[in-house]
Design a protein around this ligand. Structure first.
Ligand code: SF4
Ligand code: SF4
Length: 472
């Protein structure tokens, strides 16, 4: 029944295979010989199967767990260096026909403010986002045939790319909208989207159907096979994710990796990103009703094990998580974070009034983008506003080949320095600017290739003189 190459959800996310994996992992959680062998394989940076990774996740040997964390840190460093890519969500509309039990936008919620941004609103929101320094957005929208049809999403993408305020520009729009048809994915691709992101929420079919009692999202196969349709429609990069807290995390972990294996087996390209949201409090939603919440320690272990299992996949953590939690997982594998986020429809341009709340979930990290940028630098990371790959055509299998060989760092690191320089000049507070300039001077010494170093030096001078948008 289990078949990673199959295009049928129930075959590439086989329930029996997940259960057998969990059984295998549980039986081997103190098997030091096996765990050593898996760690040895993982140390080569070529990834692990879902079964192997599940054994590491279940490992109960303290010394081996420390090795798992150390290896995750090393792999993170080897593949991504110390750059952290920044993005912000932009909510277009919270009208939704679905009945998801964990989301305040569910159709039955009669007291949340329902909003949809007009194209004029989008210009204002994007201008505010550009004035913060953002270059990369994740577009979010509820599913509604009347309020947010594909034509509205496409027009919004066009509007976003067209806004050029002072030195600002949104250079990459990732899209997180409901599962759709091959034809509509092809339209999104033609509109110039970066990654298509769709959270599975839970891979457990029975729980999935209970948690999504009404609306098109109720159809497990339609939702789970969305990435296959997206890739058939020409979308090069897709982003997976589960909402931790809905189902047992071991189940989600194994199935998530099976999904990654499926994309690789069926399409030749694994997921571009994996997002790791945990359930949060929101209007009409009490996270206490979901009994599968995970602790910060478990969250850290999951992060480390995903990092080891799929070294070539970017990992995303949002402002759902606190500063303290983000600090921990940044070390263990996370390569992208949001900053200064608003999770309401509108709210960047002008804060929402309390009685007019349209927020999807409560944010834990309330700091401004500038505070997040300076905090990252204090921790030794390079905040990056890079969007180069998609714009240079390094997408899909081309991107994966560079990433798997570890060569992508030769682009990520210089691009991080150049885009940080733009941020420092155009948007940073004086203290952040001083810290950033010192960091750039220091990091220039870490560009190994002399030619690249002098090219970046040249571009940094040009940025200082007013030019923008250099990339490798
Ligand atoms: Fe709608 Fe998405 Fe919320 Fe479900 S999770 S109610 S589909 S916005
Ligand atoms: Fe991302 Fe590519 Fe830029 Fe690296 S060079 S940060 S992979 S866009």
């Amino acid at each position: 029944m289990y078949n990673p190459k199959s295009l049928r959800a129930e075959e590439f996310i086989s329930h029996e295979e997940v259960l057998e994996t969990l059984d295998y992992a549980g039986k081997n959680k103190t098997n030091a010989v096996l765990i050593d062998a898996i760690l040895e394989k993982a140390s080569q940076g070529k990834g692990l199967s879902h079964r192997e990774a599940a054994v590491l996740l279940d490992c109960e040997l303290e010394d081996k767990n420390q090795e798992i964390f150390a290896l995750a840190k090393r792999i993170k460093q080897d593949f991504y260096g110390n750059r952290i890519v920044m993005f912000a969500p932009l909510y277009l509309s919270n009208y939704c026909v679905n009945g998801c039990l964990y989301c305040p936008y569910h159709r039955q919620n009669g007291h949340i403010a329902r909003k949809k941004l007009s194209q004029e609103d989008i210009v204002r929101e994007v201008t505010a986002l550009q004035d913060m320094g953002h270059k990369r957005l994740a577009l979010e929208s509820g599913e509604h045939p009347l309020y947010s049809p594909i034509e509205y999403i496409l027009e919004s993408i066009q509007t976003i790319y067209s806004v050029k305020h002072k030195n600002g520009a949104i250079r990459r729009v990732n899209v997180n909208i409901a599962a759709t048809t091959v034809e509509e994915y092809a339209q999104l691709k033609a509109a110039g989207i970066g990654t298509y992101i769709l959270f599975q929420e839970t891979y457990h079919k029975e729980s999935y159907e209970t948690l999504h009692p009404t609306g098109p999202k109720h159809d497990y196969a339609w939702h789970t096979e969305a990435m296959d349709r997206a890739m058939t429609g020409g979308v090069d990069d897709v982003g997976l994710g589960v909402l931790f807290g809905l189902e047992l995390y071991r189940y989600e972990f194994a199935a998530l990796l099976m999904h990654a294996e499926h994309l690789e087996a069926a399409h030749g390209v694994g997921p571009h990103t994996i997002s790791m949201p945990r359930i949060r409090a929101a209007d009409d939603i009490d996270p206490g009703q979901f009994t599968n919440g995970i602790s910060d320690d478990t969250f850290a272990k999951i992060t480390a094990c995903i990092r080891i299992a799929v070294p070539y996949t970017g990992m995303i953590v949002s402002t759902r998580e606190s500063q303290k939690c983000r600090e921990r997982v940044l070390e263990l594998g996370v390569s992208q974070i949001s900053g200064g986020s608003r999770t309401s429809v509108g709210g960047y341009c002008e804060p929402e009034a309390a009685e007019d709340n349209s927020e999807q979930f409560e944010v834990s990290d309330h700091r401004s983008l500038d505070e997040v940028v300076s905090w990252l630098m204090e921790l030794g990371h390079i905040p990056s506003f890079c969007t180069a790959c998609y714009r240079e055509g390094r997408v899909g299998d081309r991107f994966m080949a560079l990433c798997k060989s570890g060569q992508i760092q030769n682009c990520c690191h210089p691009n991080a320095l150049m885009t940080l320089k733009e941020y420092l000049l155009d948007y940073a507070a004086p203290k952040t600017r001083a810290m950033g300039d010192a960091l750039i001077a220091l990091e220039m010494g870490n560009i190994p290739n002399e030619k690249v170093r002098s090219l970046v030096e040249e571009h940094l001078n040009e940025i200082q003189s007013g030019s923008r948008d250099f990339r490798l």
